[in-house]
Write a protein that binds this ligand. Structure first.
Ligand SMILES: [Zn+2]
Length: 299
């Protein structure tokens, strides 16, 4: 073979190798992911499939026992839903599940802190949003009643006759009513000022909350891989990068287990095999079971 031919041949081999590797790496991301098909389908379905815990970065603050428990919970989701022993803990020969700590978990922790801070702002904002409009409406009603009383008094003052029999007594009464109304007007004004201060405080709190959201809004905030399943020449390897709660972690592990069988992504957001991790994913759904049956031809 000429050198040129050999170079092209090597280039094709490298390209094929790269394609194979990439086709078999299915990551779990926050936003969209190209849905790579794992082929041949049934080749990945032999069961039971053994797994074992590999590297567990201490920064995750999980003991090995806890990690194994969580993985077992995720594995049992598949075992219970299919009624078969698809996944077993095999500490010697199972495929490796690594917990790898990097910037992703840092970001998850930051997001969790942000959520807590936002919740504090919301606790301060919500009551005000509910009660302030009511208080302003109550004040408006009191002002309307005051205006009515004031108009009546003005009418009485206009009708007052200096030469009438009880003119002095009437004048005295009108003056007393007037003083009482002045006191009420002052009180209403105080109420109004207080409500305006409450409103300003509420607006300022809302402004600070929005500022916090804007300061922490990063376009790629939730769109990194939290777990990935590598399959290369029937060799599986799962890596977990980040989780914000054990519920999320179990859902991610169950999702990657699905990929271990060659299952593709589903369209239903509440299914474990949906591409994006979300709070609706609590258990395997009919869509997940169907995806497993289709992939593993067990239907
Ligand atoms: Zn996936």
């Amino acid at each position: 073979m000429s050198l040129l031919f050999r170079l092209i041949f090597i280039a094709i081999l490298v390209f094929l190798g790269w394609r194979l590797w990439n086709h078999n790496a299915v990551g779990r991301v926050g936003s969209d992911i190209t849905q790579q098909l794992l082929n041949p389908k049934a080749a990945y379905c032999q069961s039971p499939l053994g797994w074992r815990l590999g590297a567990l970065d201490p920064a995750f603050n999980l003991t090995e026992v806890q990690a194994i428990e969580l993985i077992t919970t995720a594995a049992n989701m598949w075992n219970d839903t299919t009624g078969r022993t698809l996944l077993v803990h095999d500490p010697k020969q199972g495929f490796v599940i690594d917990f790898k700590f990097d910037a992703r978990q840092q970001q998850v922790l930051q997001q969790r802190l942000l959520q807590r801070n936002l919740a504090r702002y919301d606790d301060a904002i919500q009551p005000g949003l509910q009660t302030l409009p009511e208080k302003f409406a109550e004040l408006d009603a009191k002002v309307a009643a005051f205006n009515q009383k004031n108009a009546q008094l003005q009418q009485q003052v206009a009708q007052w006759q200096p030469n009438a029999k009880n003119a002095e007594t009437q004048r005295h009464q009108l003056e007393q009513q007037q003083q009482s109304l002045v006191r009420e007007a002052n009180w209403l004004e105080q109420q109004r000022q207080q409500l305006l201060r409450d409103r300003d405080y509420l607006n300022e709190t809302i402004r600070q909350r929005n500022e916090l959201v804007q300061a922490s809004a990063k376009p790629a905030a939730a769109s990194f891989e939290v777990g990935v399943m590598h399959i290369k020449q029937q060799q599986r390897q799962m890596t977990l990068y980040a989780f914000s709660s054990t519920t999320d972690l179990i859902a991610t592990i169950a999702h990657e287990f699905g990929h271990a069988f060659g299952i593709e992504h589903t369209q239903e957001p509440d299914s474990i095999m949906f591409h994006q991790l979300n709070a609706q994913q609590q258990r395997l759904t009919d869509a997940d079971l169907k995806a497993w049956q289709t992939t593993c031809q067990a239907g």
